[in-house]
Design a protein around this ligand. Structure first.
Ligand SMILES: C[S@@+](CC[C@H](N)C(=O)[O-])C[C@H]1O[C@@H](n2cnc3c(N)ncnc32)[C@H](O)[C@@H]1O
Length: 263
């Protein structure tokens, strides 16, 4: 990704192909950044003046607490927009979820665990539940509860999944962007696989999304193979390497020959 000032572009106010240009303006209240993908046109000078006037007015009218809250919401919104547009999200929602749904993994009555909640994951729960499955969510960060599945969210670490879910065994566990984003050391990741195995039904499914620039291949660096074996869905293989980013999805099934054996 390239970034820079729009004034430096060949065509004024139009971001060049293959780039993300960031338009910046700073006030006391907040820094305004408008991210523009290729070909997108910059806001007109009038729109920019209007935005700046809004920011200036808010600075005088709103208490500091409200301003801080608005600033946080704005930052989250920008991050959600950026992440939602990344190529791995399209693979997840347009290829993997539909394939799991077609294979009856998200069928009526199924229990599905989604690990790691952010603003942009909220829309996933509806997709998972479209065929009648129950989606549960888990995040170690208490502040992430607002992005969890309402009524079925648990605050806690995934290494303790068996304690956190004593009564549920999942048809599928979906763990995207947590290995390498909190569960980092290979020894911790091995414990994570063992913990996920303990809450997955025999022959249940596991999806792990990870980034090649953050961790080593977890299928090699951990003892994941003790609990899970690579599995395919119609149309694609057990490993999906996403083009245009560092994201990899690994699809596995719970081995039935290690059910009941301790970690
Ligand atoms: C980069 S975000 C990924 C969120 C989301 N799963 C996704 O698809 O992008 C990492 C999330 O994992 C959570 N997390 C980190 N360590 C965790 C742990 N041990 N157990 C549960 N959640 C954890 C963080 O709080 C954060 O919400």
């Amino acid at each position: 990704m390239t970034s820079g000032r729009l004034g430096d572009c060949e065509r004024p106010n139009v971001a060049p192909p293959g780039s993300i240009f960031v338009l910046q303006g700073a006030g006391d209240f907040c820094k305004v950044e408008i991210e523009m993908t290729s070909g997108q046109t910059a806001p007109t000078p009038f729109a920019k003046r209007l935005l700046q006037a809004g920011v200036e007015t808010a600075k005088h009218v709103l208490p500091a607490r409200v301003r801080a809250s608005l600033r946080e919401r704005w930052t989250n919104w920008q991050r959600n927009q950026r992440v939602s547009k990344s190529p791995d999200r399209a693979v997840l929602t347009e290829t993997i979820f539909p394939a799991l749904a077609r294979s009856q993994v998200f069928a009526r009555g199924a229990d599905v665990l989604w690990i790691g909640c952010r603003g942009y994951t909220k829309k996933y729960y509806r997709l998972i539940e479209a065929g009648g499955a129950r989606c549960w969510t888990l995040d170690i960060d208490p502040n992430a509860s607002r992005w969890g599945r309402s009524g079925r969210h648990i605050v806690g670490g995934m290494l303790e999944s068996d304690v956190l879910f004593p009564d549920v065994r999942f048809d599928a566990v979906l763990c995207n962007g947590v290995l390498g984003w909190g569960v980092n050391a290979p020894s911790e990741q091995s414990r994570a696989y063992s913990a996920m195995a303990s809450v997955t039904k025999p022959r249940g499914w596991l999806l792990v999304g990870w980034n090649t620039d953050r961790i080593s291949d977890p299928m090699k660096a951990t003892d994941a193979n003790r609990w899970f074996e690579p599995a395919c869905l119609p149309g694609f293989g057990a490993r999906m390497v996403v083009e245009g980013c560092t994201h990899v999805f690994d699809l596995c099934r719970r081995r039935s020959d290690t059910i009941g054996s301790g970690p």
